[in-house]
Design a protein around this ligand. Sequence first.
Ligand SMILES: CC(C)(COP(=O)(O)OP(=O)(O)OC[C@H]1O[C@@H](n2cnc3c(N)ncnc32)[C@H](O)[C@@H]1OP(=O)(O)O)[C@@H](O)C(=O)NCCC(=O)NCCS
Length: 276
Amino acid sequence: MDQANARWAFNASKWTPTFEQIMAASSYIQPEEKQRISKYVFQDDAKSSLIGRLMLRKFVHTTTLLEYQNISFGRDGRGKPYLIGTGDITVNFNVSHQGDYVVLGGSEGKNIGIDLMKIEPPANKNIPEFFRIMRRQFSDHEWKTIYSYFKESEQIACFYRMWCLKESYVKNIGLGITVALNEISFNVKSELKVGEITMDTKLYVRNCLKENWFFEETFIDDKHAVAVSYEDDNGQRNPLTYKFLSYDDLVKEAKPLVAPDAEFANNFVQKKVKPQ
Ligand SMILES: CC(C)(COP(=O)(O)OP(=O)(O)OC[C@H]1O[C@@H](n2cnc3c(N)ncnc32)[C@H](O)[C@@H]1OP(=O)(O)O)[C@@H](O)C(=O)NCCC(=O)NCCS
């Protein structure tokens, strides 16, 4: 296998797709993926989901050398995508799309979870009210960490960092999660910085340190936090930095699975863009 450990990012907000690009993309993905993407009201969400699916295909193709036509994804009972019918190929991946970016974490063998959050004040709520609603999702220790910051802008940044960590763990475990979210508690040390990977966060589940769990965190830019989780009995791996992909990078080697779908492409380009 080649390049089985990957961290990729795509700035979806900077990509304005053409009808021709969507026509081509419609031939690279499975019918159920098209159906799901077509249901989004806003083009921003459809775009991010589409990019996520193209990323998954590129990742599987480049790491396993499987032909595009032989790459097929299913979803488990909770919705996590997996590669169908590949025998002993043990490649794992997860994507997240939120705010301006889509990210992918890929791993050879072990499960992986990734989560991305745009750091912005909650819509239609003040921050104390928002935190009150979220109270039960985080542990006392996590709230103490969030409130250790004086400014609300720093509190919200810390909140979303914790959120990413928690979701990266939940998305990794998938079906196996049996504990309440506030019993999954993170102890963060270093501050996050754009372009630097932080690896010293510790996970406690029901107050028990999970020594074999590792978290790679960074800021993709000054508004987006991201966390990747993996479990490894052999210890921590070298942290990976994010590679920023262009649309051409994503589809360079893509081959059609099905004929281009004009109905899908028309529906896609006519979707509304979210008001800023
Ligand atoms: C299902 C869930 C994991 C998806 O996460 P999300 O933040 O809404 O969305 P993200 O952008 O991070 O990820 C979406 C992608 O992850 C993948 N995905 C979907 N369900 C998944 C799951 N159960 N586990 C892992 N990955 C999943 C898919 O590729 C999906 O993209 P697609 O549907 O376009 O193909 C999340 O909604 C959830 O149920 N979390 C439970 C825990 C919780 O409530 N946390 C609150 C904050 S602490």
